[in-house]
Write a protein that binds this ligand. Structure first.
Ligand code: NDP
Length: 452
C-alpha cells in the first residue's frame, strides 16, 4: 500500500475502532486501489480517501411501536447517507436484530462503489433497524414500518435518497413503508424501490440480484471458454437472492444442491429443481417456515443443523445469506474440494482471509460489489420507469439487466488488467478491478464538485 493509503487506513481504524465490519470493507477497498492512487496525485491532494470513508450524513432515531397485546417496544432506526457524488443516495433497508451502525456503514460504503459500477446515476446509502420481523404478525410489522417511516420520511425523497429492501425487508415491508410515506407527504413518488407491480414496481426487480449474480458468473466462465451447464453449485441463504439465483442456475442447466438459513443447511444431491424451488418459495415467502422442513418434504435430502454448506464438494459456490459467512478455513475447504468459481450474492460474505485464499488459488472470484450489483441496477431501472410513468416489459428489463452485468464484468476485468499487477495470463483479480473501476468514477465526481 502507498504511504497515503496506509495513513488514511490508520486514521479510519482509530476513528471507528468499534466497527469491525466497516473497517473490513474499508481495508478491502483501500488495499486494492493503490495503483490508481500512486498514478494520480490528485486523489491525495483532494483528500479523497479521508472524505470517501466518512458518511455525508448519519441519521439515528427511536422507533417506538406496540405489539398485538398492546405492549410497547422501542427499536433503533438508522439511515447512513454515505456519498451522493454521482446521484441520490441509494441502498437497501435491513431489519435484523444484528443491525448496528458499523454494519450499516460497511454496507453503505460498499454501496458507493457498487452503484458506481452499475453505470447508473446512484450514490451510496444504507439503513435499517435492529427490529426482527421473524415471528411478528403482519399487523405488528405494519405498525413498526409506519413508525420507522414517520421519522425516515423527513430525510428521503425521489431525488434525495431512495431506499430499497435487504435482509428482512421484502415486498410486504416495502408496501407498508411506501403507504406511510405517501400518507405523510401526500405524494405518490418513486421514493422506494422493490415496490409491487400494481403500484409502481418493476418486473424482474425481485429476481434481479439472484439472476444478476448468475449472469456475472456466466461472464467470468466465458473468459475461460466455459459455461454453467452441467456445473454442481452450492448456495447459502434461502431468501430473495438465493431463490432467484437457483431459478437462473436451473434455467442455464446447472444444478444447485444446497440452501440454508441461520439455523442450518439442506443438501439435496439430486438438485433443487423447479418443482422443489417452488416449494421453497412458498415455504419462505408465504408460510415463513424454516429450511429444515425441506429434508422432511424431499426424500434423499439431508438437513445439517448449525452448519454452513461450504464443505459440500462443488464446481461453483454462491454465498447468498449474509456478511462473513465464509471464513479462511471454509474458503480453503471449498478450493480443496474442487470449487473453481465463487460469485457473491450476499454483501461481503467472505472474510479477508477467505478472499486471500481465493486470490492465491487463482479461482474465478466475483466479489459482491460487482457480482450482486444487478439488484440495485434494476432498482435504478425501476426509478427510471417511475420518472417516465412507464412500465417496461419483463424481456426489456431482463435484457437491460443482462447487459448491465456484462458491462460491470467487462469494466472490472479491464480495470484489473490495466492496474492490478497480479492480473496476468489466465488470472484476473476482480476485487481490484471492481474497486478501482468503482472508485475512479466517484472520486473524479467529488473533485469536480469541490469541497462539499
Ligand atoms: P432475505 O431476508 O430475503 O434472506 C436472507 C437469507 O439469509 C435467509 O435465508 C436468512 O435466514 C439468511 N441469513 C440472514 N442472516 C443470517 C445469518 N446471520 N446467518 C446465516 N444466515 C442468515 O435477504 P436477501 O436475500 O435480500 O439478502 C441476502 C444477502 O444479499 C444479504 O447480504 C443482502 O445484503 C444481499 N443483497 C440483497 C439484495 C437484494 O436485492 N435483496 C441486493 C444485493 C445484496 P433466516 O431466515 O434464518 O434469517
Amino acid at each position: 500500500m502507498s504511504d497515503y493509503a496506509t495513513r488514511v487506513l490508520d486514521q479510519v481504524r482509530a476513528k471507528n475502532a468499534n466497527e469491525p465490519e466497516f473497517l473490513q470493507a474499508v481495508q478491502e477497498v483501500i488495499s486494492t486501489i493503490t495503483p490508481v492512487l500512486t498514478a494520480n496525485q490528485k486523489y491525495e491532494d483532494n483528500c479523497i480517501l479521508e472524505r470517501i470513508t466518512e458518511p455525508e450524513r448519519t441519521i439515528i432515531f427511536r422507533v417506538p411501536w406496540t405489539d398485538d397485546q398492546g405492549k410497547i417496544h422501542v427499536n433503533r432506526g438508522f439511515r447512513v447517507e454515505f456519498n451522493s457524488a454521482i446521484g441520490p443516495y441509494k441502498g437497501g433497508l435491513r431489519f435484523h436484530p444484528s443491525v448496528n451502525l458499523g454494519i450499516l456503514k460497511f454496507l453503505g460504503f460498499e454501496q458507493i462503489f457498487k452503484n458506481s459500477l452499475t453505470t447508473l446515476a446512484m450514490g451510496g446509502g444504507k439503513g435499517g433497524s435492529d427490529f426482527d420481523p421473524k415471528g411478528k404478525s403482519d399487523a405488528e410489522v405494519m405498525r413498526f414500518c409506519q413508525s420507522f417511516m414517520t421519522e425516515l420520511s423527513r430525510h428521503i425523497g425521489p431525488d434525495t435518497d431512495v431506499p430499497a429492501g435487504d435482509i428482512g425487508v421484502g415486498g410486504r415491508e416495502i408496501g407498508y413503508l411506501f403507504g406511510q410515506y405517501k400518507r405523510l407527504r401526500n405524494e405518490f413518488t418513486g421514493v422506494l424501490t422493490g415496490k409491487a407491480l400494481n403500484w409502481g414496481g418493476s418486473l424482474i426487480r425481485p429476481e434481479a440480484t439472484g439472476y444478476g449474480t448468475v449472469y456475472f458468473a456466466q461472464n467470468m466462465l466465458a473468459t475461460k471458454g466455459d459455461e454453467l451447464a452441467g456445473k454442481v453449485c452450492v448456495a447459502s441463504g434461502s431468501g430473495n437472492v438465493a431463490q432467484y439465483l437457483v431459478e437462473k442456475i436451473n434455467q442455464l442447466g446447472g444444478k444447485c444442491v444446497t440452501l440454508s438459513d441461520s439455523n442450518g443447511y439442506i443438501y439435496d444431491p439430486e438438485g433443487i429443481n423447479e418443482e422443489k424451488l417452488a416449494w421453497v418459495m412458498d415455504l419462505k415467502n408465504n408460510r415463513r417456515g424454516r429450511i429444515k422442513e425441506y429434508a422432511a418434504a424431499f426424500k434423499g435430502s439431508q438437513y445439517f443443523e448449525g452448519q454452513r454448506p461450504w464443505n459440500v464438494p462443488c464446481d461453483c459456490a454462491f454465498p447468498c445469506a449474509t456478511q462473513n459467512e465464509i471464513n479462511g478455513a471454509e474458503a480453503a475447504t471449498l478450493i480443496k474440494n474442487g470449487c473453481k468459481l465463487v460469485a457473491e450474492g450476499a454483501n461481503m460474505p467472505t472474510d479477508l482471509e477467505g478472499i486471500n485464499n481465493y486470490l492465491e488459488a487463482k479461482i474465478l472470484y466475483g466479489p459482491a460489489k460487482a457480482a450482486n450489483a444487478g439488484g440495485v441496477a434494476t432498482s435504478g431501472l425501476e426509478m427510471a420507469q417511475n420518472s417516465q410513468r412507464l412500465n417496461w416489459t419483463r424481456e426489456e428489463v431482463d435484457a437491460k439487466l443482462f447487459d448491465i452485468m456484462k458491462n460491470i464484468h467487462d469494466n472490472a476485468y479491464q480495470h484489473a488488467r490495466e492496474y492490478s499487477p497480479d492480473s496476468q495470463g489466465d488470472f484476473t483479480n476482480y476485487v481490484a478491478g471492481a474497486n478501482i473501476a468503482g472508485f475512479v468514477k466517484v472520486a473524479d465526481a467529488m473533485i469536480d464538485q469541490g469541497l462539499v
